[in-house]
Design a protein around this ligand. Structure first.
Ligand code: 3PG
Ligand code: MG
Length: 400
């Protein structure tokens, strides 16, 4: 696979380079609540602009329905990217249309244009290869004859989409610095991790995490499960879970996993329950044997925090994906905060697996430098750990 270094070695001054970045940040209105992904995109963009490239960035925001939708405009991201780069970033008004062509045409050496949300074009996420190829060809045309493609949107490399996958087949394609750094960390986790290797998993659904649980169980020493998905496991152990999140059709699967995993799989022993999904609900801390009807579990309890903390403290390698509770609501943030702090304080090689967990680190004000690596890819890092091929990475080593 060719890399950004190879491209810089060839020389990029005056050349147009298309960069796929993952700038899919959480927004509150048009305020970015966590700009981690924008900051993670900077090193590759800076290396290109400093070398005199004319940089065209393609990115998505959320999941618009394949047509322009102002609620999903990359406008706030263009503003933030410009502030962080210390240079004007022009936002094109479309993806590959008139506005994109003229913005790219006006680019000078070292300049940056951000294309509007690439998912405003339905071909981006189309299942039909020919449709995606059509968009890929138009993206390639923006950078022209001596153009190049740098794949740096690690958070989206698990998607077989036009600006991630197909475009890499029509332009000379290079892996960006972020993609390379992320892959190196994940390789450490799948290779020969320092023991004990503990994984902390949370989030709402077992069904989303099933494949990764199955893939990790033989490799890890401890798998600590919190978050909404723990209730399906608790139900599989025979506990009543009241109105907590429950995936009824996963109960048998959880029962099998518990049997196979033995004492590797560690579940909460107490939880914080509430009488409503709300920050001002009545709350109690109860043992997992005492969740009453009408109450729902929204966080792990203090005894669980202590047990998870102990497992975290003696680990040599840690991977954490998924919050322990509804951390967005203050009364249910403590479990996530405490477990994340224990991870941050540990001496282990610690990796935060993207998405909500990465946002939680910053939103809860935890020290980012306490972690060895905070991934920008939630789904992408999980799929890697599951042993799946990441289309946006695999395509970079295809013979062409
Ligand atoms: C993410 O936030 O998980 C990535 O940006 C990919 O987005 P997607 O899940 O909508 O494809
Ligand atoms: Mg996602």
């Amino acid at each position: 696979m060719k890399t950004l270094d190879d491209l810089l070695g060839e020389g990029v001054s005056g050349r147009r380079v298309l960069v796929r970045a993952d700038l899919n940040v959480p927004l509150d209105g048009d305020r970015i609540t966590d700009d981690g992904r924008v900051r993670a995109a900077l090193p590759t963009l800076r290396r290109l602009t400093e070398a005199g490239a004319r940089v065209v960035v393609a990115a998505h925001l959320g999941r618009p329905k394949g047509a322009p939708d102002p609620a999903y405009s990359l406008r706030p991201v263009a503003t933030r990217l410009g502030e962080l780069l210390g240079t004007e970033v022009t936002l094109a008004g479309d993806v590959v249309g008139e506005s994109a062509r003229s913005a790219v045409g006006a680019l000078g050496d070292g300049g940056v244009v951000l294309l509007e949300n690439v998912r405003f074009d339905a071909r981006e996420t189309s299942k039909a290869e020919a449709e995606r190829a059509g968009l890929a060809a138009e993206l390639a045309a923006l950078v022209g004859e001596d153009g190049a493609f740098v794949s740096d949107g690690f958070g989206v490399v698990h998607r077989k989409q036009a600006s991630v996958y197909d475009v890499a087949r029509v332009l000379p394609a290079y892996a960006g610095g972020l993609v390379l750094a992320e892959l190196e960390v994940l390789r450490t986790l799948t290779g020969d991790p320092r023991r004990p290797y503990a994984v902390v998993l949370g989030g709402s659904k077992v069904s989303d995490k099933l494949a990764v649980i199955e893939a990790l169980l033989p490799k890890v020493d401890r798998l600590l499960v919190g978050g909404g998905m723990c209730f399906t496991f608790l139900a599989a152990q025979g506990h009543g879970v009241g109105s907590s999140l429950l995936e009824q059709d996963m109960v048998d699967t959880c029962r099998r996993l518990l049997a196979e995993a033995g004492d590797k799989l560690v579940l909460p022993v107490d939880v914080v329950v509430a009488d409503a999904f709300s920050a001002d609900a009545a709350t109690r801390t109860v043992p997992v044997t005492g969740i009453e009807d009408g109450w729902l579990g929204l966080d792990i309890g203090p005894e669980t925090v202590a047990a998870f903390g102990a497992a975290v403290r003696d680990a040599g390698t840690l991977f954490w994906n998924g919050p322990m509770g509804v951390f967005e609501l203050a009364p249910f943030a403590e479990g996530t905060r405490a477990v994340a702090s224990a991870i941050a304080e540990s001496e282990a090689f610690s990796v935060v697996g993207g998405g909500d967990s990465a946002a939680a680190v910053r939103v809860l004000g935890l020290p980012e430098d306490g972690f060895s690596h905070i991934s920008t890819g939630g789904g992408a890092s999980l799929e890697y750990l599951e042993g799946k091929d990441l289309p946006g990475v695999a395509v970079l080593s295809e013979e062409r």
